[in-house]
Design a protein around this ligand. Structure first.
Ligand SMILES: *[C@@H]1O[C@H](CO)[C@@H](O)[C@H](O)[C@H]1NC(C)=O
Ligand SMILES: *[C@@H]1O[C@H](CO)[C@@H](O)[C@H](O)[C@H]1NC(C)=O
Ligand SMILES: *[C@@H]1O[C@H](CO)[C@@H](O)[C@H](O)[C@H]1NC(C)=O
Ligand SMILES: *[C@@H]1O[C@H](CO)[C@@H](O)[C@H](O)[C@H]1NC(C)=O
Length: 378
């Protein structure tokens, strides 16, 4: 099994099928409300691993790149490969990877300033895309009208497109493929939780969404485009260049889920739950959500928020994140409740990705640390 990636842009994220084999990777395509790989229905289930390109949870050893004001550092290769191995153990098929696509505005990012490209930032990104391609058997509460300039100001839109072009035309140092060519990356998301000046307003203008989706497809005709608006904005459903619509569930809300599916299915497109709280609420609610997803052909899949792992190559300590939603697979300090939810997630992923029922109490497969890595091109 290999993994695919969704890359997200700017304000917000790269999605990749997780795939790990030297065998040639098939592209993910769309047929109406279904996603297909090699002519068969393919489901997009996995975690959000937002830190694969840039992280702010670990202070690196002295001398390593570190930008103190935002605590930015590059993740180690070992942390990245462990993330892939964990997704495989969970039965997932892909990763939603924000900082593979979103990387601007600090000295460690891909584009520290408009027009300035920092090649060093591509090392963890290239590594993550490359490793995913192998088979190893802040909430915004301001009401600032300037926000809308992100979509309407011609200079800002041009800068954003220049940034998109920098990412998509980049050639991976580990496999010599561009991010347009590499089938490991199956979708680009226009942003993460895009909105206007007011929280929840879904005000990313339809003409902007179409313009960006067209631009992505002009550079990468084979890639799918996910509308990164936070919620289903009905004015977007008619945009032909959008392949997948999505929403985030904080908290898990099955009524909202069903309403979203209905809207998107009627528009002839697959629906994807890009983020959800796997920790809060009662377990039965999480189970109900999984059941709806499994039984709805027009749901392409879901990615939980969010996965962390060891501070690899240190295989004794785990990296934590401040939001209380870090899923640390195999951590002996996990509570029974956390572990039973991880079991549920795995059962759900396997049902989605392999159409197979696993016993709910089947032990979680071990993930070795350090995790195996793929052979490299250089
Ligand atoms: C594509 O969708 C059409 C209409 O739903 C269906 O008839 C056809 O079999 C699908 N093709 C594949 C390859 O799944
Ligand atoms: C558009 O954005 C640019 C760059 O930030 C800025 O210089 C310009 O004043 C903005 N235009 C308007 C009309 O606000
Ligand atoms: C990488 O691909 C480019 C474009 O196809 C080609 O010109 C170049 O020779 C390749 N580099 C290596 C080291 O294979
Ligand atoms: C949806 O997007 C349109 C612009 O395309 C915007 O006018 C509207 O406010 C957005 N929100 C909703 C809830 O429709």
């Amino acid at each position: 099994m290999k993994l695919s990636l969704v890359l997200l842009w700017a304000a917000s994220a790269l999605t990749s099928p997780l795939r790990r084999s030297v065998a040639k990777l098939s592209s993910v395509t769309r047929n109406g409300t279904s996603l297909l790989v090699d002519g068969k229905v393919w489901k997009m289930v996995g975690p959000n691993v937002y830190w694969l390109g840039l992280d702010e949870n670990v202070t690196p050893p002295a001398g390593e790149p570190f930008y103190a004001p935002t605590k930015a550092s590059y993740p180690t290769k070992e942390r990245i490969t462990e993330a892939m191995a964990t997704v495989q153990a969970l039965g997932g098929t892909m990763i939603r990877g924000h900082t593979l696509g979103i990387s601007t505005g600090n000295p460690l990012s891909v584009m520290p300033k408009p027009g300035v490209v920092n090649e060093r930032a591509f090392d963890p990104i290239d590594w993550a895309v490359y490793q995913a391609g192998f088979d190893l058997n802040q909430r915004r509460d301001e009401k600032n009208p300037l926000v809308q300039q992100f979509y309407t100001n011609a200079t800002i839109v041009a800068t954003f497109k220049d940034y998109i072009k920098t990412i998509i035309t980049h050639r991976n140092q580990y496999n010599n493929l561009t991010f347009a060519e590499d089938p490991t990356i199956f979708a680009y998301e226009t942003g993460n939780e895009l909105l206007g000046p007011v929280w929840g307003d879904m005000n990313s203008p339809a003409d902007w969404v179409q313009d960006i989706a067209k631009y992505v497809k002009s550079l990468a005709p084979q890639k799918l485009v996910v509308d990164g608006t936070y919620g289903i904005n009905k004015t977007h459903l008619g945009i032909d260049e959008v392949d997948i619509f999505s929403d985030h569930m904080y908290p898990v809300n099955t009524a909202k889920l069903q309403a979203d599916i209905k809207l998107v299915e009627a528009a002839g497109r697959p629906f994807f739950i890009g983020e959800y709280d796997w920790v809060g609420g009662n377990t039965a609610n999480l189970q109900s959500m999984f059941k709806i997803i499994e039984e709805s052909p027009a749901v392409a899949g879901d990615t939980f928020w969010s996965q962390f792992g060891h501070n690899a190559p240190d295989c004794k300590t785990y990296v934590d994140h401040s939001d209380g939603l870090a899923l640390q697979y195999g951590n002996p300090k996990n509570t029974a409740n956390q572990n039973s939810r991880i079991q549920l997630i795995r059962k759900h992923f396997v049902a989605m990705s392999q159409g197979k029922e696993i016993p709910p109490d089947e032990p979680l497969p071990a993930v070795p640390c350090p995790a195996p890595t793929s052979p490299t091109f250089r």
